[in-house]
Design a protein around this ligand. Structure first.
Ligand code: PGA
Length: 267
C-alpha cells in the first residue's frame, strides 16, 4: 500500500476569521491537488467556523484542522475546546502535541494519550507532533525521545485499523522550529524518521507502516524537496513559509518535486 502524501500549515496565533477564510478561498482557487495528495490548514479556533463555512464547496482533499483539543467531551474546563465542539463544525483533523504547547503550556505525553483516544473515538484525524529538544539531541537521545513520545501518546489504542487510517505523525525537532531555529539537514532527519517508522510498527503492528510521517521545522521552498526525497517522509508540516497563499503554493510545489526525485532514487 502506498502511503498518502500530505502537506499543510499551522497558522499558530495568527489571522482573524476573515483572513483565514480568504486564505482558504484563494488557496482553493489556485491549487491543483494531485490524486494521492491531501492538503491541510490549521487556523486558530476563532477562525474555524469561518473556514468551515467557506469550505462548503471546497475540495475534500483540503482538510481543516484545529490546533489543540481537550480530552473530555464537556465539563468544568474554562478556556478549553472539546472534540464534540470541533466535530460539530465539520473539522477534519486535530493537531496534538505541537512543540510550543509542550514547551509553554505543560502539554504532557500522558495528557496527549487521553487526547488521542478522544479524537480517534470521534472518528477525526490526529496529527501528532513529536520531536526532541536541542538538549536531548546533544545527549544523542533523539530516537529514544520520539519513541517515548509515540509509545505514550498511542498507548492503549486498540482499534488498529481506525488508528492507522486516522493518525499521521509530524516529526518536528524542537531546535529546528521557528525564527530562532536551526534548519535541519536531511541527514539529521532520516535516522529519526526511521526510528519513528520502527516505533509505529512496534506499537501498531504491521499496519503501522502505513501511517504517514511528515517533517516540520523551518521548511521553505529551498529545502522542502530535500526532506520529501527521504524514504520515510510522506509530506511536510510548514509554519512561516506557508502563511501566504503564494508561499504555501511554492513550498508545496518544491515538496512534490522532491518526492518525485525520491521515488526515482529508490527505484
Ligand atoms: P516553522 O514552524 O516552519 O515556522 O519553523 C514549523 C512548526 O512550528 O510546525
Amino acid at each position: 500500500m502506498t502511503r498518502p502524501f500530505l502537506f499543510g500549515t499551522n497558522f499558530k496565533m495568527n489571522q482573524t476569521p476573515s483572513e483565514s477564510a480568504a486564505f482558504y478561498t484563494r488557496l482553493t482557487e489556485t491549487v491543483k491537488i494531485p490524486k494521492d495528495v491531501n492538503l491541510f490548514i490549521i487556523p486558530p479556533f476563532t477562525s474555524l467556523a469561518a473556514v468551515t463555512d467557506a469550505a462548503q464547496t471546497g475540495p475534500d482533499a483540503l482538510w481543516i484542522g484545529a490546533q489543540n483539543v481537550h480530552w473530555a467531551s464537556d465539563g468544568a474546563y474554562t478556556g478549553e475546546i472539546s472534540v464534540p465542539m470541533l466535530a460539530a463544525l465539520g473539522i477534519d483533523l486535530v493537531l496534538l502535541g505541537h512543540a510550543e504547547r509542550r514547551r509553554d503550556f505543560h502539554e504532557t505525553d500522558a495528557n496527549l494519550n487521553k487526547k488521542v483516544h478522544a479524537v480517534l473515538a470521534a472518528g477525526l484525524r490526529v496529527l501528532l507532533a513529536v520531536g526532541e529538544t536541542a538538549e536531548e539531541r546533544a545527549f544523542a537521545v533523539s530516537e529514544e525521545t520520539v519513541a517515548r513520545q509515540l509509545k505514550i501518546a498511542l498507548h492503549g489504542v486498540a482499534d488498529i485499523e481506525r488508528a492507522t487510517s486516522l493518525v499521521q505523525i509530524a516529526y518536528e525537532p524542537v531546535w529546528s522550529i521557528g525564527a530562532g531555529g536551526t534548519p535541519a539537514k536531511p541527514d539529521d532527519i532520516d535516522p529519526v524518521a526511521n526510528a519513528i517508522r520502527r516505533t509505529l510498527a512496534a506499537v501498531l503492528g504491521e499496519p503501522g507502516a502505513n501511517v504517514p510521517i511528515l517533517y516540520g521545522g523551518s521548511v521553505d521552498p529551498s529545502n522542502a524537496g530535500s526532506f520529501t526525497a527521504l524514504s520515510d517522509i510522506d509530506g511536510l508540516f510548514v509554519g512561516r513559509a506557508a502563511w501566504t497563499v503564494e508561499g504555501f503554493l511554492a513550498t508545496f510545489k518544491a515538496s512534490l518535486a522532491g518526492r518525485n526525485e525520491g521515488d526515482r532514487v529508490s527505484g
